[in-house]
Design a protein around this ligand. Structure first.
Ligand SMILES: N[C@@H](CCC(=O)N[C@@H](CS)C(=O)NCC(=O)O)C(=O)O
Length: 252
C-alpha cells in the first residue's frame, strides 16, 4: 500500500523540494511511516491535476485523490489509525487549526517578503514567470523590492513569532511531548526559508532554531533529505507530472 502513494509537489530547477505546504505533507507521510513517490508539477500546471483547489500538495492513494495539506493530514489519520497520529484528539486538532491560521496569515506573508526573491532564483524558468506575476500581486511590489530592508523586517518577524518561542520554552514540541501536524506546519515554513534562501530568518541560539534542528532530525533526518528520491523506505521512484497521468491521479 505505502509505495502506491503519489505526492504531487513543486520542485526547484535542481529538483529540491522547497514548497512549505508540500513539506507539511512530506513530514506527515513520514510521521505515519509511509513511503511515497514524489511527482513534480510546475506552478502553471497545477490546475491540470484536475482537483478543485488548484494547489499542491495533493496525494493519490489507490483510487483516492486528496488535496490540501490539512485535508491530507486528516485523511492519513483516518486511513491509517494504527500509525502515529498527526492530530491525536479533537482538541489537538482544534489547536492545530489555530497554528495553521497563524502560519498562513502571519508567518508566510512575512517570510514571503524576506525570501521571495531568492525563491524565484532557484526555480526553473517554466515556474518563474507565473511566480513573479502571482507573488508580486500578493506582495504589492516587485520581487526585487520585496527584500529591501529585510535585516530590519526580520526583527519584527522574530518578535511576531514570540508565542512559538514561549511555547517551546515550556514543552519540546508544539504538539506537546511529541511532534504532530502543528509542528510540521511551522517546521515546513522554516524549511521553505532554509532551502530557498541564504538569509537567516532565525538566530542560532533562538529556541525556535533549536526546535527546527530537532525537527530536521526527525524520522531518520528526513528534513535533510530534500530531493525526490527520498520518499522513504520502499520508495517507488521519481517523476515529472504529465497529462496522461491525470486518469491515474483520479484512480483510473
Ligand atoms: N491550503 C493549501 C494551500 C496550498 C498552497 O497554497 N500551495 C501552493 C504551493 S506552496 C500552491 O499550490 N499555489 C498555487 C498557486 O500559487 O497558483 C494547503 O494547505 O495545502
Amino acid at each position: 500500500m505505502s509505495s502506491d502513494i503519489i505526492l504531487y509537489e513543486l520542485a526547484a530547477a535542481d529538483d529540491t523540494r522547497f514548497s512549505p505546504f508540500c513539506w507539511r505533507t512530506r513530514w506527515g507521510l513520514r510521521h505515519k511511516g509511509l513511503a511515497f513517490k514524489s511527482v513534480q508539477i510546475g506552478f502553471p500546471d497545477i490546475g491540470e491535476l484536475g482537483g478543485s483547489r488548484r494547489t499542491v500538495p495533493a496525494i493519490r492513494i489507490g483510487g483516492t485523490f486528496v488535496e490540501d495539506s490539512w485535508d491530507i493530514a486528516e485523511f492519513l489519520d483516518e486511513r491509517f489509525p494504527d500509525r502515529p497520529p498527526l492530530f491525536g484528539c479533537p482538541l489537538g486538532k482544534g489547536t492545530a487549526r489555530f497554528v495553521e491560521c497563524f502560519t498562513d496569515k502571519v508567518m508566510h506573508p512575512a517570510m514571503l517578503r524576506l525570501v521571495s526573491r531568492d525563491v524565484f532564483e532557484l526555480m526553473n524558468s517554466h515556474d518563474q514567470a507565473y511566480f513573479r506575476k502571482t507573488r508580486e500581486e500578493m506582495l504589492g511590489c516587485t520581487l526585487e523590492q520585496a527584500p529591501i530592508g529585510r535585516e530590519q523586517q526580520v526583527l519584527a518577524f522574530r518578535k511576531a513569532i514570540h508565542p512559538i518561542r514561549l511555547t517551546l520554552n515550556r514543552q519540546p514540541w508544539l504538539g506537546g511531548n511529541a511532534p504532530g501536524h502543528a509542528d510540521y506546519i511551522v517546521l515546513a515554513a522554516f524549511q521553505w526559508a532554509r532551502l530557498a534562501s541564504p538569509f537567516k530568518v532565525l538566530e542560532d541560539g533562538d529556541p525556535i532554531a533549536q526546535w527546527f534542528r530537532r525537527g530536521l532530525d526527525l524520522h531518520e533526518g528526513f528534513g535533510q533529505k530534500v530531493h525526490p528520491e527520498h520518499g522513504g523506505p520502499g520508495f517507488a521512484g521519481t517523476g515529472v507530472w504529465k497529462p496522461e497521468m491525470l486518469l491515474r491521479a483520479w484512480g483510473g
